[in-house]
Write a protein that binds this ligand. Structure first.
Ligand code: PLP
Length: 255
């Protein structure tokens, strides 16, 4: 059986982000995706209307059911929704220290809609940092997680919280022509990659990137290889993204 990534992520009924993005990206990376669902959200490509989080007991029961029969190599988390779910994941990771772990610190939807209380989630995410093989914040998340407003300082702080590596995604920076991502491993800036900024807003681009990385890690790539593969794949996927409505976010075409 293919190496498996166990995703802790929420359902987005539009299919752009969340667990559907994870399943599609991980499938495209060559790995198998298993899901422990953290929340059911109500949203479309334009707006988040609300969500209901899974209970801690239900979340852990889902994860524990697949641990015993799937070849899990890596855990990936996206929307966790509540502090209880973050604590549940920390307990789960403490019980399985041999799993690789990609932490996508989702605080808010790209449309601006709430996926949980931002300040509370940002604080609780600190508990997950010591388990993280790689954290994948955009700069808005990076600053919210650390209270710093400088990329270098904020990344240093995230690494001090225990994360082994950080991929800082530059999509929210004021660079109209390009997007620059920076990969830090154990305190060192390892690589910077720049790509053309594509027009429009994309729903689930962050989920897709983090999940593809997790899929590659599960198959034996090192962090830098996994990130390089995922960035190349994501650019193609976004180039072919589809717009359901003129003012909605585009849905990445991951197949
Ligand atoms: N997870 C869920 C369930 C979501 O609904 C969203 C955004 O709407 C995200 C994660 C984050 O999406 P993105 O990859 O666009 O940051």
């Amino acid at each position: 059986m293919r190496p498996t990534v166990l995703c802790f992520s929420g359902l987005d009924p539009s299919g752009g982000a969340g667990l559907q993005a994870d399943i599609e990206a991980i499938g495209q990376s060559g790995a198998h995706a298993a899901i422990a669902c953290t929340a059911l959200t109500i949203q479309n490509s334009q707006q988040v209307f609300g969500f209901q989080a899974t209970s801690k007991q239900l979340l852990l029961a889902q994860a524990n059911a697949v641990v015993i029969d799937l070849p899990i190599r890596c855990v990936k988390s996206g929307m966790l929704g509540t502090t209880e779910n973050i604590v549940a994941l920390a307990e789960f990771l403490a019980e399985h220290p041999y799993y690789l772990y990609v932490l996508d610190p989702v605080l808010v939807a790209n449309s601006g809609g709430s996926l949980g209380d931002q300040a509370t989630l940002a604080k609780a995410f600190q508990q997950l940092m010591p388990f993280a093989t790689l954290v994948t914040p955009n700069t808005v998340e990076l600053y919210a997680l650390t209270g710093e407003h400088d990329i270098e300082l904020a990344t240093k702080k995230l690494l001090e919280m225990g994360a082994k590596a950080v991929l800082v995604k530059g999509g929210h920076e004021d660079t109209p022509e390009y997007i620059r991502n920076a990969l830090y491993i154990q305190g060192e800036l390892i690589s910077e990659t720049t790509c053309t900024r594509l027009e429009g807003e994309y729903h689930g681009s962050g989920c897709s990137l983090a999940s593809y990385i997790a899929g590659r890690l599960a198959q034996g790539d090192n962090i830098q290889q996994a990130v390089n593969h995922a960035e190349t794949w994501l650019f193609g996927v976004l180039q072919h993204a589809e717009s359901p409505v003129p003012n909605g976010q585009k849905i990445p075409k991951r197949f």
